[in-house]
Design a protein around this ligand. Sequence first.
Ligand SMILES: [Zn+2]
Ligand SMILES: [Zn+2]
Length: 127
Amino acid sequence: MLGDESVTECIDCGLQAGYNRAVVDTALGRELGGLCFRCEEREFGRSLGRGNWETTVGCAFCDRDGFYALPEWKPYCEDVDGRRVCKVDYRVDEATLRLCDEHFSCLYDGPPRQGVGSQERDDRRVP
Ligand SMILES: [Zn+2]
Ligand SMILES: [Zn+2]
């Protein structure tokens, strides 16, 4: 079992993000949370996993600076004292998907919502 301390909440829905993607503010060097599979698929479909972001400098969707990195959690195993230990980790490098503040704000509009279980949404169609 993995330790509970590494379980992060999804920045979008506020539920457990699992090991899909982490969300890192690269300007502050701080992890903001995670992005769960459901929210990734709802917002982006499968395009994040399919894209090749190595050649993309800055935001994946426009030509602004990408301050927010969305690295994927990758499982890996290592041998520690003759024992095989498997973990998950992520790495932020040039190949990591990044978003600018504007595109990131589509996902994240403030601190993670409190109160797991409430699924309230602002209905922006109402004037
Ligand atoms: Zn989510
Ligand atoms: Zn952008």
